[in-house]
Design a protein around this ligand. Structure first.
Ligand SMILES: O=C(O)CCC(=O)C(=O)O
Ligand SMILES: [Fe+2]
Length: 284
């Protein structure tokens, strides 16, 4: 499948002209970075324009494949774990992605929201100016549970571990996010870019992220799906369902976004998985 990336005619022409003039891919990527492009997106763009396999670009940029465990992608039509049956109505191969229906019960969703709510509100008071900036929003309306913090959290983590064939201690603490109308999560990758200066520090414990599970704790009245723009897929946010996707060596097709909530609100729980056991650093 060809990724659908929007590339302006000017950028396309510049990439072609630059390579025609004898510059290699690393030069093009460096120049794009200097001009403010996200290196991960630049690789997708250059691969698309030059009709190169992305793997070739990863090799040419010296990207090192993360070492460690990989998740097992659950297989359709359904998987039963811990006596709990999860339906898989949609599977995608690139990126490796599954829609998981009935991952959480309605009761578990309600309980997660109830437990998270007081901790979120404390954070929300900081954000009194009502600005809808993505970065602000992400910290002001989010909270983390510690790994296995409560029996409910431990049970969900065990279910995910069994479903994906990876020990629960490879997971970061469950993150809860709350979106209000108009709020969204801009397109991003969950994996860490090895070319970022902070990469070594972020991955010192647990290594690279290899997969994510975004669990919907309610059904927004309108909007709020999770979009995968490179493959033209939007997963509907529905209570108890989830989207699992894996990106292993940094798959650019895993680009995704939380679409704006148009009516109602949206609650999600996100689990990020690491290639090695992860211990959440104490938050000061
Ligand atoms: O809100 C969504 O649908 C996506 C959330 C997400 O991408 C994340 O938590 O990493
Ligand atoms: Fe994400």
């Amino acid at each position: 499948m060809h990724p659908r990336i929007t590339i302006s005619p000017e950028l396309r022409e510049w990439i072609l002209a630059t390579t025609r003039a004898g510059h290699g891919v690393p030069d093009v990527l460096r120049l794009m970075k200097e001009n403010g492009y996200d290196p991960r997106q630049s690789r997708s763009i250059v691969a698309e324009v030059l009709k190169l396999p992305l793997a070739a670009l990863h090799a040419s940029t010296g990207k090192v494949a993360p070492q460690g465990l990989r998740t097992t992608h659950p297989q359709a039509p359904q998987v039963t774990v811990d006596g709990h049956t999860i339906e898989i109505p949609i599977s995608v191969e690139a990126p490796a992605l599954r829609v998981l229906e009935g991952l959480l019960t309605a009761q578990e969703c309600a309980e997660l929201i109830r437990l998270a709510q007081p901790r979120l509100q404390r954070a929300l008071t900081v954000d009194t100016d009502g600005r809808n900036q993505v970065d602000d929003r992400r910290t002001s309306e989010g909270m983390f549970f510690e790994l296995n913090e409560l029996p409910l959290i431990g049970r969900i983590e065990h279910r995910l571990a069994s479903l994906l064939g990876i020990p629960a201690n490879h997971g970061e603490g469950l993150q809860i996010l709350h979106y209000l109308p108009g709020q969204a999560y801009e397109p991003h990758f969950d994996w860490f870019d090895p070319q970022q200066p902070g990469f070594g520090k972020i991955t010192a414990v647990g290594g690279q992220r290899i997969a994510s599970v975004v669990m919907y704790l309610n059904t927004p009245e309108q909007g709020g799906g999770t979009a995968f723009p490179e493959i033209g897929l939007t997963v509907t946010a529905r209570r108890g369902a989830a989207v699992y996707f894996a990106y292993e060596t940094g798959d650019p097709s895993s680009l995704h976004a939380g679409l704006p909530v148009l009516r109602g609100e949206k609650w999600i729980a996100t689990k990020w998985l690491r290639e090695r056991p992860y211990r959440q650093p104490k938050q000061s």
